[in-house]
Design a protein around this ligand. Sequence first.
Ligand code: PGA
Length: 260
Amino acid sequence: MRRLLIVGNWKMHLNASQASLLLHRLQENIKIYRDIEVVLAPSMLVLQPLSVQIDRRKFRLAAQNAYFKDEGAFTGEVSFTMLRDLAHYVIVGHSERRHILNEDLPMIRDKVAASFRNGITPILCVGETKQERDDGETKQVLHDQLMTALSNLTAEEVGEMVIAYEPVWAIGTGDIAKPDQAEDAVTYIRNYVKDVFGNKAAKTTRILYGGSVVPDVTFGFLDIPGIDGFLVGGASLNYHSFSEIVLAAHRWQREQEDEA
Ligand code: PGA
């Protein structure tokens, strides 16, 4: 049984007490599921307090970003080194960072490398804009993003990492990708990993879908071959909808087991 991965990206929302309350509600509503790994990505500010409050049998923590240098005169930044004992994962190259904070391909490559250097698993986000899709450039964009970000890695590292396919036009818009669009992209990503890093890496790399995920679509989307879970933004800020997504994924897993 393949373990599914569900990541809640809280983005720039929730101060310390709001984040603590949301975690409290999630801990009440989400059980310990052997077949699902649930990860919460709060703001940098609340990683530390949440790490004390969190039930580690149920959740792991992710940072939403970190800087690629380990230490030094980089005012305002937080390094992967500083996150070592705090976060199991770091989201790298989220489209909001690429487009609003102007992170370019080499910077994202350096962040992925810094993540592995510090023993943290990167969740690399890739995906095309609406314009790029309309112009038929989706695969080219995915190719370029993957080629740079993975360029300095070993097959073993690539096999350990998480790649989230997040079409930019689907993030926060309610315009979720159609199942065949998600399947095409996820298949392309896995084949890229297979061609460059081999079969073993392609088998173990976890590939998520992200972009307007809500409870209603969870069950159906897991039927798409090659999807190992979700990166959830808006719906992860509401304990009810996030718990429902996790529960739907658990039901889907049970159904697979029954059929096997
Ligand atoms: P969304 O965000 O679920 O609100 O579309 C997804 C993300 O940014 O990862």
